[in-house]
Design a protein around this ligand. Structure first.
Ligand code: FE2
Length: 346
């Protein structure tokens, strides 16, 4: 496995680049905007293809690199389903798996620092965001933080992992880079409490100043979505209502870009082909399934995904591949459902 822990000195943030092999797919956890060029250089040097950028939660101390990485690499942006960030390509829930080629991380919902905090578990390590820090825990006094929920996330979930599990947090301000669950149980001062009430008392009396950049950073992190005006202006966007009409015509091929687990959980539009977004490029290239289908039959490709972000990028890619009739459903399956579009469960 390729594993890199990257540091932003200004915000004390750790970001993590993971891949199963050289030449393979990669993901990055908690990227920082100012470091995006550095990540991209490293991705190139290690011969990786960045396919997913994930934030463990909505950050208040730095601007996320999710939007910039998506714009530069067309990767999928990922956050938890509770996030208030405007558009992320994929939203995860407790029990899901975060996957790339050769790697699978278990997704656990660990609210408390914020109400959209998640941790990601591998057999030997856990990425804890700001839920569990080295010899500390994330503050719970803003962004719908809740010390009771954090107590549950810590004692009910994270501390139940094997004691040898390596702990990789989203921040450290002292220079520590990694710990273990056993070490934190024994030596983390915040975890030496006898009850939830004692923990709540401790957390409610920290009297911390707000992060310096919070008033700028939080609004910026709420607006990470892809700008889709240009795609709409070119006539490559259809509303769910238009899509319902178009699906009745035989010259339209619906293409579902989501992953199998998303299709199972949210259902699919009847008759759609399944081409996961990460396999899109090979399908659109000359000789690929979608390319041949559109070229030989003259069919119009109509892409959709979860919220319309992957499909907007797919339209652009299809147009770049010469498939000029391609379009996408604005707002994805989420908007389709709200417009009472028909669904089948896979
Ligand atoms: Fe945080």
């Amino acid at each position: 496995m390729i594993f890199r822990q990257l540091f932003d000195q200004v915000s004390g943030t750790y970001s993590y680049l993971l891949a199963s092999r050289r030449g393979g797919e990669a993901l990055i956890i908690d990227p920082v905007l100012e470091k995006v060029e550095r990540y991209l250089q490293l991705v190139q040097e290690l011969d990786l293809k960045l396919v997913k950028a994930i934030d463990t939660h909505l950050h208040a101390d730095h601007i996320t690199g999710l939007g910039a990485l998506r714009d530069k690499t067309h990767c999928i942006t990922v956050m938890g389903e509770q996030t208030k960030a405007d558009v992320v390509s994929m939203r995860l829930a407790d029990g899901d798996k975060l996957t790339i080629e050769g790697l699978s991380l278990d997704v656990i919902y660990t609210p408390g620092h914020t109400d959209d905090s998640y941790s990601f578990v591998m057999p030997d390590r856990v990425f804890t965001g700001d839920t569990l820090l080295i010899r500390g825990t994330g503050r719970t006094d803003f962004q719908n933080g809740d010390p009771r929920m954090q107590f549950e996330s810590l004692f009910g979930r994270l501390l139940k992992l094997p004691e040898t599990t390596l702990v990789y947090p989203a921040h450290d301000y002292k220079g520590d880079t990694v710990s273990t669950i056993g070490e934190e149980k024994a030596y983390n001062p915040r975890l030496q409490v006898k009850s939830m009430e004692e923990y709540v008392e401790l957390m409610n009396n920290l009297k911390l100043a707000n992060p310096k950049m919070m008033d700028v950073v939080v609004p910026a992190n709420l607006k990470v979505g892809l700008h889709q005006e240009e795609i709409a202006r070119r006539g490559w966007t259809v509303t769910p209502a238009q899509a319902r009409t178009l699906t009745g015509f035989s010259d339209v091929t619906l293409v579902d870009l989501r992953e199998p687990a998303e299709r199972v959980r949210h259902g699919s539009i009847p008759g759609a082909l399944h081409v996961p977004y990460t396999a899109l490029q090979e399908n659109l290239a000359a000789g690929g399934l979608l390319h041949e289908l559109a070229q030989s039959s003259g069919k119009r490709l109509m892409f959709y995904c979860a919220f319309g972000e992957r499909s907007a990028m797919a339209v652009q890619a299809a147009q770049d591949a010469g498939l000029s009739k391609a379009c996408h459903i604005e707002g994805g399956i989420d908007a389709w459902k709200k417009a009472n579009g028909r669904l089948i469960t896979a």
